[in-house]
Design a protein around this ligand. Structure first.
Ligand code: GLU
Ligand code: ZN
Length: 305
């Protein structure tokens, strides 16, 4: 096994696996296996109110039915709180993070971007209604995406605001936990959907501010029901049919831009996956941020809302 490659698939258990999430699972799996790496699964259930009980097991079953078998134990963000909190306590102790009481309305009055006014105030953990923010002084940087190639930050967005690490409601922020978990799990390559390409420069800034070296990123096209509307639980993505794994995988490969034999050409899912690993080539993935999928992938159009 390649010691220098650890990849991962990080679904949020707020809805079953659908064609859109299968794409990311397949792409991250194939990239990892192509480079003899490990492929991990992490349940991103940090936003617990949005998660549905049992969906994690459902997602894992779907992955298994597609022979997308993960290495090592699945980690759950909901069980990592004390590790996250330890990091926050350390950052506060080092004065690299600070408490902020600004409301959304106040931030809007600052022109929409947080000005950092609370940096020099002595709020503490016990001040009511505080968020915790990271001091971010460096400007955001563009990066070379493994799949989409160069991604540049718009000049107007170079200066990042001090990112929220823990929200006023006590929830750890996604931009914090995704970084801490990728570091904790020794992830080296993040292959995920293009809907997250815009936040990558910010996440890389968080890595640097915490003295970690950023990892490699590759973003694949997102399946959408209409321009700008990613296939998701909110627009009722049809759950993946676990009875037709070979067909689903072929569809995923063709979506990603590969010419791929029909499912009937393969005796088993594992044989099909082996072939997929052998043809996987980052350069061949379609360089489009989103691709509109047929309407049957979502019941959004056929059922009254
Ligand atoms: N949990 C995120 C999602 O389901 C993915 C985060 C990531 O891959 O970095 O959209
Ligand atoms: Zn503030």
């Amino acid at each position: 096994m390649h010691k220098n490659y650890v990849g991962r698939f990080a679904p949020s258990p707020s809805g079953q696996l659908h064609f859109g999430s299968l794409i990311t699972a397949v792409a991250s799996y194939l990239d990892a296996k192509r480079y003899d790496g490990k492929w991990l699964v992490r349940m991103e259930d940090i936003d617990e109110p949005r998660c549905i009980e049992g969906i994690d097991a459902d997602i894992l079953t779907s992955l298994e039915k597609h022979n997308l078998l993960w290495d090592d134990e699945v980690i759950y963000q909901s069980q990592q709180h004390s590790r996250y909190q330890d990091t926050l306590d350390q950052l506060v102790g080092q004065q690299r993070a600070y408490f902020c009481t600004c409301t959304r309305k106040q931030i809007k009055a600052m022109g929409g971007q947080y000005s950092g006014v609370c940096r020099d105030k002595d709020y503490t953990n016990s001040t009511p209604d505080t968020a915790l923010r990271l001091k971010l002084d460096a400007t955001l940087q563009g990066f070379d995406d493994l799949i989409m190639e160069r991604f540049d930050v718009a000049t107007s967005e170079l200066k990042a605001e001090d990112v929220v690490l823990k929200r006023r409601d006590g929830l750890f922020s996604y931009n914090l936990v995704v970084v801490l978990d990728d570091v904790f799990q020794k992830v080296t390559h993040v292959i995920r959907g293009c809907d997250l390409i815009d936040v990558t420069p910010l996440q890389q800034a968080v890595y640097r501010a915490l003295d970690f070296a950023p990892v490699n990123y590759g973003h694949v096209p997102v399946a959408a029901i209409a321009p700008g509307r990613k296939l998701s639980k909110q627009n009722r993505a049809t759950p993946i049919n676990n009875e037709t794994p070979k067909e689903n995988l072929v569809k995923a490969m063709r979506f990603l831009g590969f010419s791929f034999p029909d499912a009937a050409e393969f005796d088993s899912t594992s044989e099909l996956l082996q072939h997929a690993v052998s043809v996987w080539d980052r350069k061949k993935v379609v360089k489009m941020p989103e691709i509109i999928v047929p309407q049957h992938e979502s019941t959004y159009y056929s059922e009254p809302l």
